[in-house]
Ligand binder design. Structure first.
Ligand SMILES: Cc1cc2nc3c(=O)[nH]c(=O)nc-3n(C[C@H](O)[C@H](O)[C@H](O)COP(=O)(O)OP(=O)(O)OC[C@H]3O[C@@H](n4cnc5c(N)ncnc54)[C@H](O)[C@@H]3O)c2cc1C
Length: 437
């Protein structure tokens, strides 16, 4: 097992708009603990919070390879989803799986809601719903099918046409959409920063300290970091896109690198030219199409690439190439905006499984893992973090029962067959979504 340091390129607008943190510690001595959590995103921080509540007297350590929360948990598009399309639901035969999936999403929303209520967190929460949209009128059949499914499951939704969409979004690009009322938009970095800020006193957090390798010897788990060692009784892996690089469930998940860009705030003239819309969020009907958001401070956020890359870093040169694709996607939708639109561009890592299912289990006695959210981990990561802590404390909950009813991730072949398969699928999906990028 090997792992290189994760590089934080300081290029993500969500993060750049927060106060930088100063009070962080790196691991600089050997330690022993009762519980060790690897990864400090939504999952790891939620696990830590819950563990400390259940086990106030135990020694709990959280370690991250970079600054806590500055991985995908700060780099995502901020859709707290109640429902998803293109997500393993292919026919009515799968409706029970889909029901469990949306139950899990909704438990995730509840987990985030109670966190922000309890700690009075401001993360720009907006229950404004979301649009699954397409610029191709023929996608009306997919839209109708999805709308029927949502109605069967009692999710309020509406099919919108070209004119409705132009009025609501300020672009004439989209021809058809399903609007679902239950989606929530948030500022993802503010949420994860709050999870760091309120960490209970009995949690020790070490940052910029990558786990290099680990093994289990009798009942103890030995974890080798760059300079020091931690010995722990129990360990929880919360590294999501980096599970595979730590050899965790390596035949059930793989990393994908996504890139996104955020514009400067639109000026008054530009804002007026697009009809002064309220905040909105669009997800693509076709997989691999663009996710695009208009924020309450009048910025546009676009994510329109997903690829199999070395998850540890994307070079500036590569990122510049993705930025051109983001710009193309923005200009296509908003041709009248002035130049110098994009302020920041960044990449982030997600974990995928073949059938879009998540990982939540004890893989061996005292070794736990939660992750693989297939690009929808804000709510589910918060939920899974809390619930894996309950499981690691030998307790049960209704939530765990529901989570365990989900379809488990399918087996994946090893590389190079896996790489070839994923790349071929991405290639065809990209081709199908060419107009939507
Ligand atoms: C561009 C983009 C857009 C997205 N949009 C959305 C969205 O709109 N809605 C949504 O719900 N989800 C979205 N996601 C997915 C979402 O961000 C993730 O599912 C979520 O962040 C997972 O949280 P996590 O805590 O499990 O993992 P992460 O936030 O990835 O945290 C894992 C942590 O583990 C650390 N780590 C890794 N390896 C090691 C090691 N060896 N040693 C120590 N620490 C290690 C990393 O440094 C990282 O901080 C998006 C992701 C990206 C990249």
């Amino acid at each position: 097992m090997s792992f290189k340091s994760v590089v934080n390129d300081n290029s993500c607008s969500w993060l750049n708009n927060l106060q930088p943190r100063t009070n962080y510690k790196t691991l600089n001595q050997n330690q022993k603990c009762d519980y060790l959590i690897i990864g400090a995103g939504y999952t790891g921080l939620s696990a830590a919070r819950k563990l400390s509540e259940i086990n106030p007297k135990k020694k709990i350590i959280v370690v991250d390879a970079q600054l806590a929360g500055e991985g995908s948990s700060s780099r995502n598009s901020g859709y707290l989803v109640d429902t998803t399309l293109n997500d393993g639901f292919t026919s009515n035969k799968d409706i029970n799986n889909y029901k469990t999936k949306v139950k899990i999403y909704n438990l995730g929303i509840t987990a985030v809601k109670s966190f922000i209520k309890q700690h009075q967190v401001d993360c720009d929460w907006n229950e404004c719903g979301k649009y699954f949209a397409s610029s191709v009128i023929n996608d009306i059949s997919t839209a109708k099918k999805f709308s029927e499914l949502l109605s069967t499951l009692n999710f309020n939704n509406k099919i919108l046409n070209h004119e409705d969409l132009e009025n609501r979004l300020g672009t004439s690009f989209y021809k058809i959409a399903v609007f679902t009322e239950g989606g929530i938009l948030i500022n993802p970095a503010k949420l994860v920063r709050a999870m760091i800020d309120i960490l209970p006193k009995n949690i020790e957090l070490y940052e910029n300290s990558p786990l290099i390798k680990w093994n289990k010897n009798n009942n103890l788990i030995n974890c080798q970091f760059e300079k020091n060692l931690i010995q722990t009784n129990k360990i929880i892996f919360c590294t999501n896109g980096f599970l595979k690089s730590l050899n965790i469930k390596k035949n059930f998940n793989f990393p994908l690198t996504l890139t996104a860009s955020m514009t400067r705030p639109l000026d008054d003239e530009e804002f007026e030219s697009i009809g002064k819309p309220k905040e909105w969020g669009v997800l693509p009907i076709r997989p691999m199409g663009a996710t695009i958001r208009f924020t309450k401070d009048r910025r546009l956020l676009i994510r329109n690439t997903a690829e199999m890359k070395n998850p540890n870093s994307m070079s500036k040169y590569e990122l510049e190439k993705r930025k051109l694709l983001h710009l193309k996607g923005l200009i296509k939708r908003f041709p009248n905006l002035k130049s110098n639109l994009i302020e920041d561009s960044w990449s982030g890592i997600v974990s995928r499984s073949r059938n879009s299912s998540q990982i939540f289990e004890m893989i061996e006695k005292n070794i736990y893992v939660a992750g693989c959210y297939n690009g929808s981990g804000i709510g589910v990561g918060t939920l899974f973090g809390e619930q894996i802590a309950i499981m690691a404390s030998n307790q049960q909950s209704n939530e765990i029962e529901i989570i365990n009813k989900r379809v488990k991730p399918n087996w994946l072949p090893p590389s190079p067959i896996l790489n070839l398969g994923v790349q071929t699928r991405l290639f065809f999906e990209r081709l199908r979504a060419k107009s939507e990028i």
